[in-house]
Design a protein around this ligand. Structure first.
Ligand code: HEM
Length: 266
């Protein structure tokens, strides 16, 4: 029977959904569970890992799609990669309007990137609060690998690359030879400029370093870190990073070597 004072009832309610560790607040003022979890370091690590997995899938898919530039022209005389661009723009049409599915994916990707950055920033603040005085001993730095220490600046440079890349190949603002919808031509037009090609190569090597450490640590964040699987984790992290770097760096090299060449680009 219900306790007439209501105290047992309130206690049962509190116990039925205990607070996330370290964030106990008076009953009634508690945030929804997911926000409560996100306010902890563990929750932010989950968000980093899940958004990281989604972005790895995007980057791998994007690289595989870009391999179509090596297919040259299809039987109808149109570049295979231009067909692919058209396919993405018309995905699920007429179920959705043209560009509908593409915009859903774009918004999903933007939200994913923003969450990844927000969680990274939040974790940095938590770490700084936990250790207001910097490590005094140089030995501490040897424990962290080059990749783990460089996550912040490789992340910032990759973000800057993505913004520039959109202005270059999606909107054409920084690509004077840009022609809307002509993906093959636009790739040749931008990557045949040496400074741009070098920027793409450097940015993709930094992306590889970021992905190597990111793939490795997402297992830790998700709690999938049984030491028995460490060799697999290392192989997977190295495999993802290598596939992305080799694939993406091959594109500027192929343009500079004249393997990818559009007759309309001087
Ligand atoms: C050399 C490597 C790369 C090449 C040749 C390349 C090529 C392209 C091209 C041609 C487009 C425009 C597609 C279209 O309008 O139909 C594009 C869009 C895009 N790329 Fe890349 N890309 C490369 C690397 C990357 C990397 C490393 C990232 C992310 C880390 C990335 C993220 C994006 C994004 C977010 C878009 C916009 C997609 C959209 O909204 O339509 N790209 N890329």
């Amino acid at each position: 029977m219900r306790d007439p004072t209501g105290s047992v009832w309130r206690m049962a309610q509190t116990l039925s959904r205990g607070p996330v560790t370290g964030t106990a607040k008076p009953a009634g003022k508690r945030k929804p569970f997911l926000l409560d979890l996100y306010s902890t370091a563990v929750g932010k690590k989950y968000v980093m890992a899940i958004t990281g997995i989604l972005m790895i899938l995007f980057v791998v898919g994007h690289m595989i799609g870009n391999l179509k530039m090596y297919q040259g022209v299809d039987a109808d005389g149109v570049y295979a990669i231009d067909h692919y661009g058209e396919f993405l723009r018309e995905l699920l049409y007429p179920l959705l309007p043209k560009y509908g599915a593409l915009w859903i994916m774009r918004v999903g990707l933007i939200v994913t990137i923003l969450l990844h950055i927000h969680a990274a920033y939040g974790l940095t603040v938590i770490n700084r609060k936990a250790r207001p005085v910097k490590y005094q001993s140089p030995r501490d730095y040897q424990i962290a690998s080059f990749a783990s220490r460089s996550m912040r600046w490789t992340g910032v440079i990759v973000l800057a690359f993505i913004l520039w890349h959109l202005a270059d190949l999606t909107f054409g603002w920084v690509n004077p030879d840009f022609e809307y919808g002509e993906v093959y031509r636009n790739i040749d037009a931008t990557l045949s400029r040496w400074p741009v090609a070098i920027f793409y190569i450097v940015a993709n090597v930094l992306l590889g370093i970021h992905l190597f450490h990111g793939t490795w640590s997402l297992f830790q964040s998700m709690g999938w870190n049984n030491p028995r699987f460490n060799p697999w984790r290392r192989w997977l992290a190295a495999g993802v990073a290598t596939v992305i770097v080799v694939g993406n760096v091959s594109f500027p090299i192929a343009v500079l070597a004249g393997i990818v060449e559009h007759p309309g680009v001087s």
